[in-house]
Design a protein around this ligand. Structure first.
Ligand SMILES: CC(C)(COP(=O)(O)OP(=O)(O)OC[C@H]1O[C@@H](n2cnc3c(N)ncnc32)[C@H](O)[C@@H]1OP(=O)(O)O)[C@@H](O)C(=O)NCCC(=O)NCCS
Length: 152
């Protein structure tokens, strides 16, 4: 079987793989209870490889939706699978699937120092519309949250 990457909505049975991904690839891990809440109350997509017989998940995106707005809550790609376009695929699945059900405005916030994520969002047309100073804690103190939006 040739190797292929695919994206699908997350299932509750993906929980242990997502918890493992969060524990090993998230610089600020969420932990199991927040992930359970996301799987139960928000929309999530996962990216997998058909070579991953063990059900391992390479990436996960979760977003909340209220009427015509959707807000990115988390996007995470396995450290060993980065810079292969997987986050872009997950973001595109979120944007395309949400557009089909009437979402016209996308929101997200990101740590000011997270240049990989900021580059990703800007490459998809997101624009920075605000800054919340000292919003996140860091080991040295605090850093700002940058607010981004995309309207279609
Ligand atoms: C941010 C993250 C999701 C990107 O995942 P990824 O699969 O490596 O990203 P992609 O390969 O789809 O990259 C798409 C674009 O994002 C930007 N980008 C991604 N990683 C980058 C890096 N390390 N440095 C600079 N730009 C980067 C680039 O513009 C890239 O396009 P290019 O490869 O053609 O230059 C990943 O680094 C991650 O999981 N980080 C930890 C969790 C996190 O910070 N999530 C965001 C919370 S707001």
């Amino acid at each position: 079987m040739s190797s292929s990457i695919f994206i699908r909505p997350a299932l509750e049975s993906d929980l242990s793989s997502i918890v493992h991904l969060d524990a090993t690839s998230n610089p600020h891990p969420w932990g199991e209870s927040l992930i359970i809440d996301a799987l139960q109350t928000r929309k999530s997509w996962v990216v997998k490889s058909n070579e991953n017989e063990d059900g391992g998940i390479l990436g996960w995106l979760t977003a909340s939706q209220v009427f015509d707005q959707s807000e990115l809550e988390q996007i995470l790609v396995n450290v060993s699978a980065r810079r292969q376009g997987l986050a872009k695929k997950l973001m595109t699945a979120w944007l395309d699937d949400s557009e089909k059900i009437g979402v016209t405005e996308y929101l997200l916030e990101v740590r000011e120092s997270n240049l990989s994520a900021i580059n990703l969002y800007e490459s998809l047309g997101f624009e920075q519309v605000g800054l919340r100073k000292n919003y996140y804690q860091t080991e040295q103190g605090h850093e700002a949250a940058c607010l981004f939006t995309l309207t279609i």
